[in-house]
Design a protein. Structure first.
Length: 183
């Protein structure tokens, strides 16, 4: 009983050194607020990603960027430029490391991202893991969790998300189905 009263709590993680699970952080920017420590802006890519696409995320606000204004995915240089501009122009205090969402909340983040990819046309959207770049800091999960969440959505919401065999014959492709036609 008394030992639990005097138990040491783990030290809080330093946001300047923190790396979200499932990512590889390549650059960090900090805004300056005089004597206070400003928020950290991360430039990162998915840990298992073999592409050269990057994203930027601020730990002091909700700023996230994975595409430029022409909806083209970011290179490391472009993501670093956006992160630097955000850190220089936005004045946010350091809020520390974001809390890890529970599995239900994380699955909802996956579903929300997929819903944003749903079109009004007739062709489905082919889902790629890079579609979740922008959400990696909030999600704090690896690719396996994202795939499991998508398989669960296929099982529960087959009219929204479908799984089909990959063209190569090994693996699975996920397709976000378009909205039903309006009557």
């Amino acid at each position: 009983m008394l030992s639990s009263l005097f138990a040491r709590r783990p030290d809080a993680q330093d946001p300047a050194l923190w790396t979200p699970p499932g990512t590889t952080v390549v650059q960090r920017y900090r805004n300056s607020l005089g004597p206070l420590e400003g928020a950290i802006v991360l430039v990162y890519t998915a840990a298992s990603d073999r592409s050269s696409y990057y994203a930027a995320a601020c730990l002091g606000c909700t700023y996230r960027a994975a595409c430029n204004d022409r909806r083209v995915r970011l290179t490391e240089t472009e993501a670093a430029e956006l992160a630097n501009v955000h850190a220089a122009s936005f004045r946010a205090i350091n809020r520390g490391v974001p809390a890890i969402p529970d599995d239900t909340s994380a699955a909802q983040i996956v579903r929300s991202r997929l819903w944003s990819k749903r079109t009004y046309g007739t062709s489905p959207h082919h889902v790629h893991l890079i579609d979740f770049h922008e959400d990696r800091v909030d999600l704090q999960r690896d690719d396996d969790f994202i795939k499991q969440a998508m398989f669960e959505l296929v099982r529960t919401e087959g009219d929204f998300l479908q799984a089909v065999p990959a063209y190569s014959g090994t693996g699975t492709r996920f397709l976000v189905q378009p909205h039903p036609p309006r009557k």
